[in-house]
Design a protein around this ligand. Structure first.
Ligand SMILES: [Zn+2]
Length: 81
């Protein structure tokens, strides 16, 4: 009898842990709205992908730049010349 009670408690504990883990995964998952959003690599502001320009740096790193950061880079370059 004691063993079956322990078994039930053990099962309940496993179910509780898996349920909590499942909910954590759902919360971390990106909503469809967030999938199309990306942070600017310079100012870290979140924009829609269509508003950003992506450039691959090196073999794997993909950087995104927003319009205002590109403009400030552009102005910085112009002020050098
Ligand atoms: Zn930016």
């Amino acid at each position: 009898m004691t063993i079956s009670i322990l078994a039930v408690l053990f099962l309940a504990a496993i179910l509780a842990v898996s349920f909590i883990g499942f909910r954590a995964i759902i919360r971390q998952g990106k909503s469809p709205e967030d999938i199309n959003k990306e942070k600017c690599s310079i100012c870290r502001t979140q924009y829609h992908r269509s508003q950003l320009i992506a450039r691959q740096v090196g073999d794997y790193r993909l950087l995104h730049f927003c319009q205002s950061c590109i403009m400030s880079l552009h102005n910085e370059m112009l002020s050098k010349n």
